[in-house]
Design a protein around this ligand. Sequence first.
Ligand SMILES: *[C@@H]1O[C@H](CO)[C@@H](O)[C@H](O)[C@H]1NC(C)=O
Ligand SMILES: *[C@@H]1O[C@H](CO)[C@@H](O)[C@H](O)[C@H]1NC(C)=O
Ligand SMILES: *[C@@H]1O[C@H](CO)[C@@H](O)[C@H](O)[C@H]1NC(C)=O
Ligand SMILES: *[C@@H]1O[C@H](CO)[C@@H](O)[C@H](O)[C@H]1NC(C)=O
Ligand SMILES: *[C@@H]1O[C@H](CO)[C@@H](O)[C@H](O)[C@H]1NC(C)=O
Length: 340
Amino acid sequence: MKFAASLASIASFASLASAINIIISNDDSYVSSNIRATYQSLKNAGHNVFMFAPAENQSGKGGTFSFPSGNKLERPSEFGDLPAGSPAWGYEESDNHIWYFNGTPAASVAFGIDYAIPQFFSNIPIDLVVSGPNEGANAGAQLYTLSGTIGATYYSVGRGIPAIAFSADISNHSYYKDPVNGWLAHKDDESFYANIYAKKVTQIVNALVNTTSEDNASRLLPLGVGINVNMPYVGAFAQEKLGVTCPDPEIVYTRLTGGAQSFTVLFNATSGTFVWSYVTPNEAPGINTAINGDVSLPGETTVSKPQSCQIALSAFSVDYDAPLNLTNEVHSLFEGIFSS
Ligand SMILES: *[C@@H]1O[C@H](CO)[C@@H](O)[C@H](O)[C@H]1NC(C)=O
Ligand SMILES: *[C@@H]1O[C@H](CO)[C@@H](O)[C@H](O)[C@H]1NC(C)=O
Ligand SMILES: *[C@@H]1O[C@H](CO)[C@@H](O)[C@H](O)[C@H]1NC(C)=O
Ligand SMILES: *[C@@H]1O[C@H](CO)[C@@H](O)[C@H](O)[C@H]1NC(C)=O
Ligand SMILES: *[C@@H]1O[C@H](CO)[C@@H](O)[C@H](O)[C@H]1NC(C)=O
C-alpha cells in the first residue's frame, strides 16, 4: 500500500493555498449536511465556491441528463426545504453562490457551467468540480457508473474540467437544518462527521492547488482524468456506532478494481416481482480485472470500510478504450475477415 504521507503536511498550509474557482454538486440535494459543510470549508479556505446541486435526491442516476419539466417545482424540494410551486431553479437569498436545479447531478453541473456562470458570473473559468460527499460509499466500477455523485464528475472530466468525487460510508440522509442531527446544529463541532469530511475535501483540494504551478495556465489534473475518493466512518459517529476512534483518517492510494461488488436480480415468488441483490467480487470478474494503471494498488472497495479509518483515493480516466495489447488482440480476432 502507498500512503500519501506528504498530503497532510502540504494541506496544513491550507490558508496559503491560492484561491481557485470551484463548482460543488452532489446527488443527495442542495440541502444535505455534507454539501453544506463542504461549501463552508472550501469557502473558509479562500476559494471561490459555487454550488449547483439537485433540488431533490438524485441518487443512482449516474451520468443521466434530466432537466426540470417546467419552470416550477412540482413537489417540495428535498426535506420540504422549498414548497411545491417554487421556481425549478434558483439561488438562496442570503448567498447567490448557492444554487439548486431540479435535474440530475450531471445536468446541475452543466446548468452551472453553461448557463448560470456565463449569465450571472462573467463566465469565469471553473478550475475544479467537487461532487459530494455522498451519503454512502461509491467504490468499484459498478458504483462508478451508477452513482449520481460520480456521474457529475465523469461528466465534468469529459468537458475538460478536473473533478473529484467524494463518498462516505456514513449514509444518513441528513437535512442541514435538522435541529438534532443537521450540520447547522453542529457547525462548530469538530467531531461531527460532516465537518471531518469537509476538512478532508479541503485538504485534498488544497494539496492539488499547492502542487500545481501557478505560472502555468495549468490544470489541477491531466485532461481526461478525475479522482474518486471514499471515506470511512469518522468522528463521534465512528465512536458511537463502532467504538472506533477516527478523528482524521489517512489517505491510501487505490484503484477501482479489486474486491468490487456488482448486482443481480432475485425473483421474489411471493410478490411475483424482482428485487436487486449484491453478487460477490468472484461473480463480477470483469470489474475486478486490473488492466490499466498501477495494478499493484489495492481495490478501493477493500480499503474503504466503515471501521478502517482509511480514505481510498483512486485516479480514473474517461478514456474507456482498451489498452493497446488488448486492442490488438481484439483486432486479431478479425484477421482475414475485415481488411484495414
Ligand atoms: C433516493 O433515490 C433513490 C433512487 O430513486 C432511492 O433508492 C433512495 O431510497 C432515495 N433516498 C432517499 C433518502 O430518499
Ligand atoms: C443516523 O441515522 C440513525 C438511524 O439510521 C440514527 O440513529 C442516528 O441518530 C443518525 N445520526 C446522525 C448523526 O444523523
Ligand atoms: C505546465 O504543465 C504541463 C503539463 O503538466 C507541463 O508539461 C509543463 O512543463 C508545465 N509548464 C510550466 C511552465 O510549469
Ligand atoms: C417478497 O415479497 C413479499 C410480499 O410483497 C415481501 O413481504 C417480502 O419482504 C419480499 N422478500 C424479499 C426478500 O424482498
Ligand atoms: C497486456 O499488457 C499488460 C501489461 O502491460 C500485461 O499485464 C498483459 O498480460 C498483456 N495482455 C496480453 C493479452 O498480452
